[in-house]
Design a protein around this ligand. Structure first.
Ligand SMILES: [Zn+2]
Ligand SMILES: [Zn+2]
Length: 55
């Protein structure tokens, strides 16, 4: 898991959600064990902003 850069973001995917799923440990490094990621929660509740979707 050293080179997270090796995998390219799939088309139609939300960059943030993909990154948080792929590099979950790094992306959520600042969170406590039972803490929800505000960014992930926001996307789940409000959807993914267009500018974060890869075309
Ligand atoms: Zn997250
Ligand atoms: Zn998203």
């Amino acid at each position: 898991m050293a080179s997270a850069k090796a995998t390219t973001l799939p088309r139609g995917q939300c960059a943030q959600c993909w990154y948080h799923a792929y590099a979950s440990r790094e992306a959520h490094a600042g969170l406590g064990p039972r803490e929800d990621c505000p960014q992930c929660v926001e996307h789940m509740a409000n959807g993914h902003p267009d500018h974060m979707i890869v075309l």
